[in-house]
Ligand binder design. Structure first.
Ligand code: HEC
Length: 251
């Protein structure tokens, strides 16, 4: 009798302690459990907190390095505009730090000069300024989501889990790569370097003279493309290469 009544509180205390252990171990589950996957983009700094949510890319998350920076480089960072070498009004839009350093992006809020200028129809405020084409609605929507998600500096690895390169389609695989990273500079009436990349025929011509791959691989003897930002991912380069090897179909 006496032994039982002594044991009861011990059991209760033990159960409470066990309960606390279980809940606290849940609370302290590491947020990051994934093992660092092979990162072919070169953005993965092991000293940073690694955000594995980017691998594989979540369709609901906007990744600055992969989705926003190419838009800015391709539409804003031409020489004489917002490039690294001669940024107009000191506004350099070629890295995350520089973009945020302008103080013109308001994380979480659809206000501020950056958001207002890409949505403006006033020719004195509008960015990119006429005669350059305004950003497309898709690009503006992506930027909107990026701002609302906190204007973070996220990277995803489009090649995570393998980069499919079989049966490349010009329309579904190649054109989107060029649209994201190249066409802002290589289209219109006065394309940069006199080079168009906005039609199948023009891309084939650049592939046949070797400049398309040479420039994106940054091979010696070619001018590195895109001229600012992070460069194309290995997966995108492999896809361009595969499309060329597969006969540059207009499919
Ligand atoms: C910010 C503007 C800009 C972007 C973005 C850009 N280019 Fe260019 N590109 C240029 C300019 C300017 C030149 C001409 C450079 C020169 O002649 O000094 C050029 C030249 C080239 C050339 C000729 C290279 C050579 O070695 O002769 C190729 C090919 C090319 N670009 C392809 C691309 C591709 C592919 C992309 C996308 C992955 C791209 N460019 C993105 C501005 C851009």
């Amino acid at each position: 009798m006496k032994a039982n009544s002594l044991h009861l509180p011990i059991v209760v205390v033990a159960l409470i302690a066990l309960g606390m252990l279980v809940t606290s171990s849940c609370k302290h589950d590491p947020l990051i459990t994934g093992i660092d996957p092979v990162d072919t983009t070169g953005h993965n700094n092991p000293t940073d907190q690694v955000d594995t949510s980017g691998w594989p890319c979540s369709p609901d998350t906007v990744y600055f390095a992969d989705q926003i920076l190419p838009i800015l480089v391709s539409n804003c960072a031409m020489s004489g505009c917002h490039s690294a070498t001669d940024p107009k009004e000191g506004i350099n839009l070629t890295t995350y730090a520089k973009v945020m350093g302008t103080g013109k992006v308001k994380a979480g809020a659809l206000s501020g000069d950056f958001w207002e200028s890409i949505n403006s129809t006033n020719p004195r405020k509008q960015m990119p300024p006429p005669p350059a084409a305004p950003l497309s609605q898709d690009q503006i929507d992506l930027i909107r989501l990026w701002i609302l998600q906190g204007a973070q500096d996220l990277t995803c690895n489009p090649g995570y889990g393998g980069c499919a390169t079989d049966n490349m389609s010009y329309l579904n695989d190649i054109q989107p790569i060029l649209a994201a990273s190249c066409i802002g500079c290589h289209s219109g009436t006065s394309p940069q370097g006199g080079i168009l990349l906005n039609s199948h025929a023009s891309v084939v011509a650049m592939a046949q003279n070797g400049k398309l791959l040479g420039s994106v691989k940054q091979d010696p003897g070619f001018i590195a493309m895109p001229p600012a930002g992070n460069g194309l991912s290995d997966c995108s380069i492999n896809r361009l290469q595969a499309w060329i090897d597969q006969g540059m179909l207009n499919n």
